[in-house]
Design a protein around this ligand. Structure first.
Ligand code: ARG
Length: 594
């Protein structure tokens, strides 16, 4: 609810009490946006709901309220319509005061959070030596957007990359490394140990495949791999540790390419970070009386989770061989984030398939008393990325799509589209310009296609759709921004140096519609902050572009005379600033020309 709505609600509630007495203090005036702009901006439906209680006709109740209603500073005289709706229409002077205040505000009317807090966003989090797949792309894009919005609201955000850098797969990788590069040796330096030798793993995923093949086919290899895991987990064997580090570095470099392309900032704090804390996690759960042994494994039984046979389902926190797992690590990490990071909200962005995992370890952490009342744990789930055939997104040959290839493809298609478009209108641009524009369009198209869907549903990945200049796409929004910059170029006008005394005045219908939409930004941001649904912001920006385009078709800007001309220029620039801010919050850069 925006500030205007809140104010109106309050005044309606006051009028209700003035008309019918103090026992109506807590009655909701039922204020909703008008269903049809013909009826004004808002409608209060309270008279209908009170009819029985008051034993009066709704219209009489409505007129009782309206008699006591003091809103002349905000609205025109209210009208009673139909069976007893109270219709409210905002005054032009009120809207103008609001829009000019927003225009003068560098934050465009979006306040800083009243109580900024520390929030952890755990996102991206790919697994070392395994494919970083489209699921991780979703997590990366959605998590980054959420982090940006929280940062803008003034929260202190810790962006954590919970990389899967620990686990049994390292046994075979290390063994394969030793077999492939027999000459490597451990060097001890004051900076720590490292592996000396010419290691050149081009492609870690391919390397993983080779290792897995050996693992499946050779008993000797399996045995050596198991030893390597034990060595790694004991954290006492310098060679194993150096080999592990080396493998992580290779992966890290590959991930970084993607993060650079997508302009993502992340702090790596992988699973290995929590390794030393795991024994204490199990110990404390045991002390709290939560652990039961089940066939040698240490388990915590959960409320509300049963297996297929209807038996209670346990969360294993230590396997029978003494090893720890994904859940143990997350229990350690949630405790660390609460106690050491002092986070008040911890947000985990992963595919919906992990919903149970999160519900389960959240429950265990709460039972253990690790989660204070004022700390919120939130799993932000998302759906699958599908191919145009409606099945899981794959390459033509059926392999997982490599993210690098996916992003390159988006850029190269944007490049071709742009070249064609320029050729058609005979516009000449430098190679550098085309390259730069295509890169921005390609990246933003991929990001926007993802963010504009309700994250909980699956979506179909289509280059054609996401790169289209029409519809709810990044290019459409970018183009609206470019169009506005074009106005400033055509009129030789510097938006930053318009007459500082000039004000926005509203007269045409399209101006009202645009201004009213611009005034909703604070409400939308507050909503996204709460619900963590970036698609709401996308919808808002899409509608903003549409409303701007309507305004631009109907209201001449450069051809008008002052003061209308400057008022419209201010409205144009406020739209551009709003688009730029909104797109930046989605992780999308704007272009001045395209
Ligand atoms: N590495 C995991 C995966 O690829 C995601 C980790 C999410 N974060 C967490 N704290 N569990 O599925």
């Amino acid at each position: 609810m925006n500030a205007t709505q809140e104010q109106l609600k309050l005044k309606l509630a006051q009028a209700l009490v003035a008309a019918f007495g103090a026992e109506y203090t807590d009655v909701d005036p039922i204020l909703v946006p008008a269903s049809n702009p013909k009826f004004g901006d808002y409608q209060a439906n309270v008279a209908l709901s009170l009819s029985k209680k008051l034993g009066m006709q709704p219209r009489a109740i409505a007129s009782g309220i309206v008699d006591k209603l003091e809103i002349s500073d905000i609205c025109e005289s209210p009208e009673i319509a139909g069976p007893g709706f109270i219709n409210l229409k905002l005054k032009t002077s009120y809207l103008e005061a609001q829009i000019n205040a927003v225009n003068a505000d560098p934050r465009l009317g979006v306040p800083v959070a009243a109580t900024p807090q520390r929030e952890v966003v755990d996102f991206s989090s790919p697994n070392i030596a395994k494919e970083m797949h489209v699921g991780h792309l979703r997590s990366t894009i959605i998590g980054d957007c959420i982090a940006r919005i929280l940062e803008f609201r003034g929260h202190e955000v810790v962006r954590l990359n919970h990389v899967g850098d620990w686990g049994t797969q390292f046994g075979m990788l290390i063994t394969h490394l030793v077999d492939t590069y027999p000459d490597i040796m451990l060097m001890e330096t004051s900076q720590g140990n490292y592996l000396h030798g010419d290691i050149n793993i081009g492609d870690l995923v391919e390397f993983y495949r080779e290792a897995k093949k050996k693992f499946d086919n050779s008993e000797d290899f399996r045995e050596r791999s198991r030893k390597a895991v034990v060595n790694l987990q004991s954290q006492k064997d310098p060679f194993t540790e150096a080999a592990w580090k080396r493998l992580c570095e290779v992966s890290r470099k590959e991930f970084q390419v993607i993060y650079d392309l997508l302009d993502i900032k992340l702090e790596e704090r992988g699973e290995s970070f929590y390794n030393p804390l795991l024994p204490k996690v199990v110990e404390d759960l045991q002390t709290a009386g939560l652990v039961e042994e089940n066939q040698g494994a240490k388990c915590v039984f959960l409320d509300g989770f049963t297996n297929r046979e209807g038996e209670p389902l346990p969360l294993i926190v230590q396997k029978s061989d003494g090893g720890y797992n994904y859940a143990t690590t997350d229990l350690a990490s949630v405790r660390y984030r609460i106690q050491e990071d002092k986070a008040k909200r911890i947000i985990y962005v992963t595919d919906a398939g992990q919903a149970n995992h999160f519900a389960q370890f959240f429950q265990v952490a709460r039972k253990a008393g690790w989660v204070p009342e004022d700390v919120e744990l939130v799993h932000v789930p998302f759906g699958l990325v599908l191919g145009e055939d409606g099945k899981k997104f794959k390459t033509r040959s059926g392999d997982t799509v490599r993210l690098r290839d996916l992003l390159d493809e988006a850029v190269s298609r944007a490049y071709k589209d742009l070249e064609l478009r320029l050729k058609e209108i005979g516009r000449e641009e430098t190679e550098e310009f085309i390259h730069n524009v295509a890169t921005v369009i390609g990246m933003s198209a991929v990001k926007y296609a993802d963010l504009s869907q309700n994250r909980t549903s699956n979506y179909v990945f289509s280059y054609d759709k996401m790169l289209s200049l029409k519809g709810n796409t990044a290019p459409y929004l970018l183009y609206a921004y470019v169009r506005i910059q074009g106005i400033s170029r055509a009129g030789n006008i510097d938006f930053n140096h318009l007459d500082s005394n000039a004000k926005i005045a509203l007269s045409a219908e399209a101006e009202f519609n645009l201004a009213k939409h611009l005034l909703q930004l604070d409400e939308i941001i507050a909503e996204v902050e709460k619900e963590l649904l970036p698609n709401r912001l996308c919808d808002y920006l899409y509608q903003l572009s549409e409303k701007f385009n309507k305004f631009y078709e109907n209201c001449p800007v450069l051809k008008s005379e002052d003061p209308v001309k400057t008022s419209r220029l201010l409205l144009c620039n406020l739209t551009a600033r709003t688009l730029k801010l909104g797109l930046n919050l989605l992780g999308i850069q704007v272009l001045e020309r395209m």
